[in-house]
Design a protein around this ligand. Structure first.
Ligand code: HEC
Length: 241
């Protein structure tokens, strides 16, 4: 299981906890009659708030590790996700500080709380939402073994030895070459000997692997820089795994 799958599932729980916390407060402040006691609603709000913060910390750590691996190669979407996440953390921190220590400002807490929830949904949509949509699309279209037309020509006569260097430079931070165990990305041992690609289940063809480098499924950054002879060498090397 890739860390992105784990993170995406955590993100769903994260949004659910945030929504539950908000609903508890809506029920407390927005209704004149209470079916549930105000005390229980407050407790529920706080408990869901803690779950929300813990998941925020865990997913932030995963993201920071990912950025440390990928550096500036992150996509525009990932950058947007990061900016929204920083805003979310800032607004949430202000809200917690007000609720704990500056009770005179308590009247702005509901607006801050709703902002946190909206940002949480936006943060999850730009990462987990995208992840499930892409993975679903790749599975749906290609599970039958249809090849994605990547439209990229791979020159003949690649040199596997040179390809090893290209792999080590670009791919080995996330992919093992000598095992099928997952690191950041799935292990690529036996890549072309298996029928299917490890993450999407598409057919294991050169076209689909090159397609992965151009328009990756899931959270892999795109590698349009690997082209021409380099691409031929890399593909030749991948065939030896
Ligand atoms: C920053 C980490 C990272 C780097 C660097 C990286 N990949 Fe990936 N790769 C992934 C992840 C993560 C997945 C699985 C998709 C997912 O679960 O999000 C993946 C999936 C794949 C797949 C399987 C695609 C499928 O459809 O199942 C192939 C093949 C692949 N990568 C090849 C490469 C090659 C070749 C390179 C080097 C040019 C490379 N990757 C560089 C993270 C990376």
């Amino acid at each position: 299981m890739s860390p992105f799958f784990v993170k995406s599932v955590l993100a769903l729980v994260f949004v659910a906890a945030g929504s539950a916390a908000a609903l508890a407060m809506f029920a407390l402040m927005g209704r004149s009659e209470h079916k549930t006691s105000p005390m229980t609603l407050r407790r529920l709000h706080r408990a869901m708030g803690y779950v929300f913060v813990v998941l925020l910390v865990v997913t932030t750590v995963l993201c920071v590790r990912y950025v440390a691996q990928v550096g500036d190669r992150i996509s525009v979407r990932a950058a947007l996700h990061g900016v929204l996440a920083v805003l979310l953390i800032g607004v949430l921190a202000i809200k917690i500080v007000i609720v704990r220590w500056f009770k005179g400002l308590l009247n702005v807490a509901p607006a801050l709380g709703v902002t946190v929830l909206v940002l949480a949904v936006a943060v999850a949509a730009t990462s987990a939402g995208y992840f499930f949509v892409r993975l679903g699309a790749a599975r749906g279209v290609d599970a039958a073994g249809v090849e994605t037309a990547s439209g990229v020509a791979v020159p003949a006569g690649g040199d596997a030895d040179r390809g090893r260097g290209i792999f080590e430079e670009n791919c080995s931070a996330c992919h093992a070459a000598d095992s099928d165990e997952s690191g950041f990305g799935p292990g690529l041992k036996g890549l072309f000997r298996n029928d299917k690609l490890p993450a999407s289940g598409r057919a294991a063809t050169v076209g689909n692997v090159v397609g992965q480098l151009r328009e990756p499924v899931g959270m892999m950054p795109s590698f349009s820089s690997v082209a021409g002879q380099d691409l031929a060498d890399l593909v030749e090397y991948l065939k030896t795994l």
